[in-house]
Design a protein around this ligand. Sequence first.
Ligand SMILES: *Cc1c(COP(=O)(O)O)cnc(C)c1O
Length: 458
Amino acid sequence: MLERKIILQDREMPKKWFNPNPYLAKLKTPFLPPMDPATSKPLDPAALEQIFAKELVAQDGNMTDKMINIPEEVLKIYSLWRPTPMYRAGRLEEKLGTKSKIYYKYEGVSAAGSHKPNTAVPQAYYNARQGIKHLTTETGAGQWGSALAYSCQYFDIECKVFMVRCSYELKPYRRLLMQTWGAECIPSPSPATRYGKAIYDSDPNHPGALGIAISEAVEIAAERADTNYTLGSVLNHVLLHQTVIGEEVKLQLKKEGIEPDILIGCCGGGSNLGGLILPFLPEKMDGKKIQMIAAEPAACPTLTKGEYLWDFGDGAHYTPLIKMYTLGNQFVPAPVHAGGLRYHGASPIISQLHKEGILDAVAFQQKEVFEAALTFARTEGFVPALESAHAIKAAMEEAKKADAEGKVKTIVFGLSGHGHFDMESYQKYFEGKIEDYEMPDKAIKENLAGLEKRELVM
Ligand SMILES: *Cc1c(COP(=O)(O)O)cnc(C)c1O
């Protein structure tokens, strides 16, 4: 049998995050800060510090340190589940009949079941150190909300999560997980905020939307001095914290004497993908041949069909403008089951890499992703989150392609989480109720036509 588990000892755990910013500043495509919509100038970091921890804002714009120390308290908590295992997918290879070698890094071993605690823990830590007593956030499917709820307990922070009402009702287990970890989970729109109350009063059964939930969480954080807001993807500091994944992968590959040809991650906001690939960026910029691939849903094809523009992070336009690949902030994705990949934009770092031609992107239909998830579960055993299954599908396709070309490739993909809370979606698949959705090009064009064209004024 080819399958194999590659582990690191506790003492081998990386003690630093990889900061990509100094490298990104050297690319032809410029590395850009967020824009103030009122002035078209770079946003004053002081504005962000009203709702985000100071240290996190500093990390976003840190252009000098190539590595950043992981605080001791964070390392202690990381060590509860890190270093995470990496596997050779021998049984999957056999099933595919491929000559290529497939490896995956498994982030489903955290208490919350995904990579998200890698950033939730340091975000809670930096906020607590600054005297913050309450954190707010929004959650769609509930993965980020549960990761933050889990992390806040370690630092005596009260956690308030606005969960899109339709998910709150359809996915009780994620909500109960947040409650188990002591967080307050509120269906949004809610009467708890001015923005939410206006919508709630006109329709108490409003199904909610991520944009509304963001607005509610931000409103509370902006009004109270002891309260901050957190985000589980997209922002530079989130990707920075996730680089612990790629730093471990580098050590694991080195241990086995393996040189990767292809690195793959699924991409919603881009944090697990960034965490995996960014530590390999210096080698790639030095001319080493490593292909990097983002896998996304055809129903929300941000990188494959979106455009690289200044756009808001939310539908209510509370956020600054970000230069990113986007489908337009009014884009409403089809209700595909990979909830964590349904975002209209993508991290500015991931977007810059794609624009520069360093990162490729592929999109898959929902049914083929489910099929890949089942093939994986029936060979490797782990039941993947449907988000992660996009990376599995991409890895399978790359192996097939290599065989057709008579090549042997070493493929490494990120298995960002387990699917134990996705079983309802699996049930729908077994019942034949899963449909493919493809975003029509015309609808994307219309959405993007609504965006005001901007240039950054330095
Ligand atoms: C949230 C989530 C994602 C998508 O978020 P990224 O920021 O793109 O990583 C992917 N996989 C899992 C398991 C998630 O929970």
